[in-house]
Ligand binder design. Structure first.
Ligand code: PLP
Length: 384
């Protein structure tokens, strides 16, 4: 059996080697390292794939979020509501811009931001909501957009984990994750569903004015050479990364499909195990089917009950099976983000999830033998 890895990028590379190697070589030979034609090509191809008017490439997913917030003109003291159960980057950029993060609880079944918790957290100072499409499926965007409209708030989608996922509206219409709010962001970190060979990110919007503002912000606030109209940053996707991404983008649906197939096999193996709750698909068709991309499984995350998680993780590792806990500590309990206004009772679900989630290996190269070994090792551990 091939060694099991949490993320295995080698198979993808072998598949696109003949395209990506000469393409990287071309960037080097032509010395078009920054803002070269590859960046422009990738930007256009991603706009078409997502069905969004503007893609603005940048240096990483954290920058993408920060720049999106800068572009919206949010001011120090403005309150921004986001999920307590996510990667720290989301709350970090809110705090960096001297906005006030307001962390709220999530849903137990799909791990995404809870709609009632958002409603409860709104004050006259609230200016934006940042839903995070955690582990590969969209938050309840229809409800979030309604709340935003009612209270005149911006919606910034942190789509670092769900690129290529579809969101399905109640009427059956679909939109790509990250293109529904006023602005969306993503990360091309190597282990993300569309990953490059270093760091990369992008911002998406259908708003022409916002796109223009953001294009200046990523380039030192310059709209005309050496005229700095606003305070900007330096955040660029380099041409070598764009060459890799442009070679991978045509395969993204296939990559996401491979993740769904692996998730389906995991689900099947655990279907009769009462101590394990498999991940719920919560929008659209409510299951992993062959026609939609409701969930693109950036992570395959189980909830366990009546099992010692540390002992299970230790056992899996001893058998050569990596696993992860995303995320072990709620953001509201992190030293950097403590806030006297928070009330523990408002974080019941996150406080529970951090103790009972465990993520299994998930990538595009998992084979049946590996999945069989992983699932049978877990089931044997549970059954003693
Ligand atoms: C990975 C990730 C980011 C940050 O992306 P980087 O490219 O590593 O800066 C932000 N938010 C979420 C939810 C992520 O998973």
């Amino acid at each position: 059996m091939k060694k099991i890895q949490m993320v295995d990028l080698k198979g993808q590379y072998n598949d696109i080697k003949d395209i990506v190697n000469p393409s990287i070589q071309e960037v080097i030979e032509t010395t078009t390292f920054i803002n070269g034609p590859k960046v422009h090509d990738f930007q256009k191809h991603l706009e078409t794939y997502l069905g969004v008017k503007h893609v603005i490439p940048c240096a990483n997913g954290t920058d993408a979020l920060q720049i999106a917030m800068m572009g919206l003109g949010l001011k120090p003291g403005d309150e921004v509501i986001t999920a307590d159960f996510t990667f720290a980057a989301t709350v970090e950029v809110i705090a960096l811009l001297q906005l006030t993060p307001v962390l709220v609880d999530v849903n137990e079944d799909d791990f995404n931001i809870n709609i009632n918790a958002i409603k409860k957290a709104i004050t006259p100072k609230t200016k934006a909501i940042v839903p995070v499409h955690l582990f590969g499926q969209c938050a309840n965007m229809e409800a979030i957009m309604e709340i935003a409209k009612e209270h005149n708030l911006f919606v910034i989608e942190d789509n670092a984990q769900a690129i290529g996922a579809n969101y399905t509206y109640k009427d059956g219409a679909k939109a790509k994750a990250g293109t529904i709010g006023h602005v969306g962001s993503t990360s091309f970190f190597p282990s993300k569903n569309l990953g490059c060979y270093g760091d990369g990110g992008a911002i998406f919007t259908n708003d022409d004015n916002l796109a223009h503002t953001i294009r200046g912000i990523v380039n030192h606030g310059m709209y005309e050479r050496y005229h700095h109209d606003v305070v900007g940053v330096n955040s660029r996707l380099d041409s070598i990364q764009a060459a890799v991404l442009d070679a991978k983008l045509p395969h993204l649906d296939k990559y996401n499909k491979a993740r769904q197939i692996a998730a389906k096999k995991y689900n099947k193996a655990f279907e009769d195990i009462e101590q394990i709750i498999t991940p719920k698909v919560s929008n659209g068709c409510l299951e992993i089917c062959d026609t939609c991309n409701c969930h693109v499984f950036h992570q395959y995350t189980l909830r366990i009950s009546g099992i010692d998680r540390d002992a299970l993780a230790k056992h899996l590792n001893s058998q050569g099976i990596p696993c992860g806990v995303y995320y072990p500590i709620p953001l509201h309990k992190q030293k950097a983000y403590l806030d006297a206004r928070y009330n523990e009772a408002d974080f019941e679900i996150t406080n529970k999830l951090v103790k009972n989630v465990i993520s299994l290996p998930m990538h595009t190269e998992l084979d049946d033998e590996q999945i069989e070994f992983i699932t049978s090792t877990i089931i044997k551990f549970i059954n003693g």
